[in-house]
Design a protein around this ligand. Structure first.
Ligand SMILES: Cc1cc2nc3c(=O)[nH]c(=O)nc-3n(C[C@H](O)[C@H](O)[C@H](O)COP(=O)(O)OP(=O)(O)OC[C@H]3O[C@@H](n4cnc5c(N)ncnc54)[C@H](O)[C@@H]3O)c2cc1C
Length: 508
């Protein structure tokens, strides 16, 4: 039996996009239910280090921020979406401060701004090197004390519900520890499920980033695009146990340089901005240098700064590297690229509306047109806030869902046999390896074909397991991962020119 809740708004996900939308909807008087598959704070947002881009100083301008974003996007950005986030960025920062976010300040109490790759000015507002954690803390606190918002943790969204196949009327979720389904009916459903870094063997994303929202939307027939534009962060810590810990771009913005093992610099051979070139160029340069030298990583040199300075600006990075035996004030950090951000996703307009009525998408899962073929650093937290606020302004006008509610029919049963977790784990590993080796930073037509065929076969296999075994969080995730991986691989296979983050040597 399904449990059933009716509310005004249901939000899937509790990162910056979901929490902002929930708070703004509640501010307008709507009752909100947030479903989130882990604890509230567990999200990509919580791990964001560098900051949030905004024009907040006199020597910067909206035009420059727009221009930098369009250049990074390699001709595929939607200019109106870019202008929208850039112009609303100062207001977004003010809103986050209002919610209790403490950004780093200068001695004279102005916002301290850093610089990151692809930005022509210092404009990255941050909270030391833990910006995402600070934002997530503030928003989670605000949500938990709001009387109109209910958060249900450890509830994994499965599929959307519809009235006669046309209008989305909510979502069905699975609550693993209680082994039950929960249906939520609402006049608007927001997918704010974040990204999909986990489909790759090496990623900066936490374990929740399994691409659920892309798969849920695709199964429902929503329009998705640009999934092939996966951003690989050039500098994750190369250490077998460090889980691709991110070394923020802000470190390069602070003057630290990429080097070969022998201490020579190389980025000037690839781009006039050197170590601060756009991420795709830096990631490919590192892969090329690794191939030429046979080294397992390249290196980031921070040793021009002393320990106190590095600890003051990058306390988390300093401590994390030290934990793995690297004192960054004395030795270079070994770095390799890792899957980081999905630029494509569910197609949305300037109010976060998708191609399905009453279904909204926001944050990393959405494709607003802001990032085009490559995201400019620190534009994603900004994008999430701006469009979440715009969505709340839109849903207030929606009429109630009154008739013909059809709850999602699930084929699952709690009475079926349970799969051993090792089978699901092996399937997950295979998806990650197939994607890393064949749909990575440098692609080949034949490898893309191989990946598609293998993923298609796996999708069938996993669908069978999904239909015939007891539901578990891991099985639901691995099903979503295959479908999301397929969207990326087929997008890459069908793109006929190299552009931004998509680089196929056979098209060169
Ligand atoms: C290490 C790291 C550093 C970064 N640094 C920066 C930076 O400095 N600046 C910047 O702009 N961007 C940065 N990014 C990118 C940015 O953090 C993300 O794009 C952004 O936080 C995404 O926010 P979101 O709300 O869309 O998704 P998330 O914050 O990922 O939240 C998604 C939420 O959805 C939930 N969820 C997922 N699937 C389901 C499901 N099926 N059912 C229920 N709940 C579900 C998750 O549990 C989570 O709560 C960084 C990313 C990483 C990983």
């Amino acid at each position: 039996m399904n449990d059933w809740i009716k509310t005004d708004i249901v939000v899937i996900g509790s990162g910056i996009a979901g929490l902002t939308f929930a708070l703004e909807s509640a501010r307008l008087g709507m009752k909100v239910v947030i479903l989130t598959k882990n604890e509230t704070r567990e999200s990509n947002t919580n791990y964001a280090q560098g900051g949030i881009a905004a024009v907040v100083t006199d020597n910067d301008s909206f035009d420059l921020h727009v221009k930098d974003t369009l250049v990074a996007g390699a001709g595929l950005c939607d200019k109106s979406a870019v202008e929208c986030i850039v112009h609303q960025a100062p207001e977004a920062i003010a809103w986050l401060i209002e919610q209790g976010t403490n950004f780093s300040k200068t001695h004279d109490k102005a916002l301290e701004v850093g610089r990151e790759g692809g930005h022509s000015r210092h404009r990255i507002v941050h909270a030391k090197d833990l910006t995402g954690r600070e934002i997530e803390r503030a928003l989670t606190d605000a949500v938990s004390s709001h009387p109109l918002i209910t958060t249900i943790e450890h509830a994994i969204a499965l599929d959307l519900s519809f009235t006669s196949g046309v209008e989305c009327t909510g979502i069905t979720a699975f609550i693993p520890h209680e082994h039950r389904l929960l249906s939520v009916t609402a006049k608007a459903t927001m997918l704010a499920t974040g990204g999909c870094g986990q489909v790759y063997a090496h990623t900066t994303n936490p374990s929740i980033a399994t691409g659920d929202g892309y798969a849920i939307a695709a199964r429902a027939g929503a329009e998705l695009k640009n999934m092939e534009f996966v951003q690989f962060h050039p500098t994750s810590l190369y250490h077998p146990n460090a889980h691709s810990f991110l070394i923020s771009e802000a470190v390069r913005g602070f003057g630290c340089e990429l080097k070969r093992r022998d201490g020579s610099t190389f980025m000037e051979e690839y781009h006039p901005l050197g170590s601060l070139a756009p991420r795709d160029i830096v990631a490919r340069a590192i892969v090329r240098e690794m191939r030429l030298s046979g080294d397992t990583s390249m290196f980031l040199d921070c040793t021009a700064h002393d320990e106190d300075t590095l600890r003051a600006h990058f306390p988390t990075i300093f401590e994390e590297c030290l934990r793995w035996g690297i004192d960054i004030s004395k030795e270079m950090i070994p770095v390799v690229p890792a899957a980081h951000y999905e630029c494509g996703g569910i197609v949305t307009d300037l109010h976060a509306r998708t191609s399905i009525k009453r279904l909204y998408a926001c944050g990393e899962v959405a494709c607003t047109g802001v990032h085009g073929a490559n995201r400019l650093a620190s534009n994603s937290l900004l994008e999430a806030v701006v469009f979440a606020k715009a969505a709340a302004q839109d849903v207030i006008h929606l009429p109630e869902v009154t008739s013909g509610i059809v709850l999602h029919e699930s084929n699952f049963s709690t009475q079926k046999g349970a799969l051993t977790t090792s089978i699901v784990h092996l399937l997950k590993q295979e998806i990650q390896e197939v994607m890393w080796k064949n749909v990575g930073i440098v692609r080949h037509t034949q490898e893309l074909e191989f990946a598609q065929n293998r993923l298609l076969a796996m999708a069938d296999e996993i669908e069978y397991l999904y239909r015939h075994n007891e539901l578990t969080l891991e099985l639901i995730e691995v099903r979503n991962m295959t479908q999301t991986a397929l969207l990326i691989a087929s997008g890459a296979a069908s793109r006929t020119e190299n552009c931004g983050l998509h680089f196929n040597v056979n098209l060169w």
